[in-house]
Ligand binder design. Structure first.
Ligand code: AMP
Length: 280
């Protein structure tokens, strides 16, 4: 596995691959790898493409009071993990190399970025779209892999690529969970013992709503009440950020659950903000 640290060298190298007819896959990440990241890398490695993994804690997607400085970093371990998961190239730039001091161009999909996580993180998806488009321009991948754990991010990036005619296929990969149901996240490292013990109840609550849906309940308000009742009993340390049922294509709230309804939630638990989602 090759390691590249400057955008210029990455672009030169990837343009060379393209010129030789190679297909290129990209897996963008912020590092502190866990089995969720590995699943994306393995999915990329299962294609016939050259697998590029980017590891960049992107400052522009963090809000002023968020955890940029504290975000977990473990570069040596990440290098070994990426190599073992089938990466051919790891791109690890310094923040100063990715953004010029007078950087002034932003990519936004406001209509999709206002809801769910965007409501409490108003500049987050602008940072994500901008850095991912920059990575697309550097790597020029044929296919890029993102996790369904960040379902809103996946939908926004698919819309961005479509709207801007970016010639990339954006593929979503299933959420990887701990055996107790907690979705893997680099931020799970922030959880204290008691918080970690309650954290799986976030997902368990969502499953309660799905079970009610399967018994025939379609009303959004009733399904949300089912989740909140579960959380009140089993997730007392958690504080709801949002709990929404939206159309999976446009992320707009629905009153009645039909086809394509997505149940998405964020909960603050101690120093962590945990997100999860399931299709109903
Ligand atoms: P991050 O490093 O947190 O920015 O995540 C990099 C990529 O890994 C994103 O596309 C995430 O959606 C994906 N990812 C993170 N956690 C999981 C998980 N538990 N299951 C599947 N994909 C994940």
């Amino acid at each position: 596995m090759q390691i590249i640290t400057t955008p210029q060298e990455l672009q030169r190298f990837c343009l060379g691959l393209r010129a030789r007819g190679k297909r290129i896959a990209l897996v963008p990440t912020m590092g502190a790898f866990h089995a969720g990241h590995e699943s994306l890398m393995r999915a990329a490695a299962a294609t016939d493409a050259f697998v590029t993994v980017s590891l960049f804690v992107n400052p522009t997607q963090f809000g002023p009071n968020e955890d940029l400085a504290a975000y977990p970093r473990d570069t040596e371990r990440d290098i070994a993990t990426a190599r073992a998961a089938g990466a051919n190239l790891l791109f690890m730039p310094e923040p100063g190399a990715m953004y010029a001091p007078d950087h002034g161009t932003w990519v936004e999909v406001p209509e999709l970025a206002r809801t769910l996580c965007g409501a409490s993180r108003p500049t987050h998806f602008r940072g994500v779209c901008t850095v991912v488009l920059k990575l697309f321009m550097l790597v020029q991948p044929h296919i890029a892999f993102f996790g369904e754990k960040d379902r809103q991010q996946l939908i926004i990036l698919q819309r961005m690529a479509r709207d801007l005619n970016v010639p990339v296929e954006i593929r979503g990969c299933p959420i990887v969970r701990e055996p107790d149901g907690l979705a893997l996240s680099s931020r799970n490292a922030y959880l204290a013992h008691e918080e970690r013990a309650q954290a799986p109840q976030l997902h368990a609550g969502l499953l309660k709503a799905r079970a009610a849906r399967e018994r025939g309940e379609r009303r959004t308000e009733t399904l949300r009440a089912v989740v909140r009742e579960h959380w009140a009993k089993h997730l007392p340390l958690g504080q709801e950020d949002y709990l929404s049922i939206v159309d999976v294509h446009n992320l707009q709230p629905v009153d009645e659950v039909g086809e394509n309804a997505l149940l998405a939630a964020a909960v603050r638990l101690g120093g962590a903000r945990l997100i999860d989602n399931i299709l109903l």
